[in-house]
Design a binder for this molecule. Sequence first.
Ligand SMILES: Nc1ncnc2c1ncn2[C@@H]1O[C@H](COP(=O)(O)OP(=O)(O)O)[C@@H](O)[C@H]1O
Ligand SMILES: [Mg+2]
Length: 262
Amino acid sequence: MTDAEQVRDPAVAVRGLSISFPGPDGQRTAVGGVDLCVGSGRFVSIVGPSGCGKSTVLRALAGLQVPDAGSVAVQGADVAGRPGSTAWLPQRDALLPWRRVLGNAVLGAELHGVPVREAEDQARGLLARFGLAGTEDQWPSELSGGMRQRVAVLRTFLTPAPVLLLDEPFGALDALTRRQMQGWLQEVLAVEAPGERRTVVLVTHDVEEALLLSDRVVVMSPAPGRIVAEVEVGFDRPRAATLVADPAFVAQRLELLAGLGA
Ligand SMILES: Nc1ncnc2c1ncn2[C@@H]1O[C@H](COP(=O)(O)OP(=O)(O)O)[C@@H](O)[C@H]1O
Ligand SMILES: [Mg+2]
């Protein structure tokens, strides 16, 4: 048991989560008994091989995937099949092509009942900090991949929910842009006062990204996915990209890669 699992009022509590899908030879278990607790304001990453069930776990937390067994709770409330308690950034198709940048940025807030004007004002106030100054009237197709992902993260950020679920937000970007975005994500999250900081669950296949951003990293096994290893990450923040060369960082990276069977 880690410290995080012992927190009394976890922001996120996944217990015994199992989910299966119909396959060619009957039901196939995608997620096979995942336990994960995340304390309020903490940043936890899930790493694991493609197809191990990472996105399925996030969808369950988003209330969009009903568990076959086990439970998913956000701030103590059962969210199984009940969307709306979290801000979820899906792995694909994050932006609506028929909405401009501002319209996309406010979508999550709108769906949570925030008046459009209010959400738009908030979005305008954050555009510069998100590296999107002057883009409010542009279409997603006019932006670079990195900027599109910034809009997607801004939309998640503007959604009034205590827990952010980010599913491979930088997975499609080139290595250099991804590094920049990792530094930038740390900055935007640090804007919130420590007591009000949101809880983040990030899915990534990039072990370095997980270590750079997280307080704790958990490793999922190949399908049926369950958690097979985890490390607490104690490096001071903000963390520079050069941290990847630090011997302590390298040691944790190797530990995680071993957990992944790499
Ligand atoms: N809606 C679905 N219907 C059928 N199978 C699914 C569905 N969603 C996910 N799966 C299957 O569940 C497994 C885990 O998928 P996923 O959670 O997307 O993995 P990851 O995000 O780790 O790559 C995969 O084998 C995938 O094909
Ligand atoms: Mg996925």
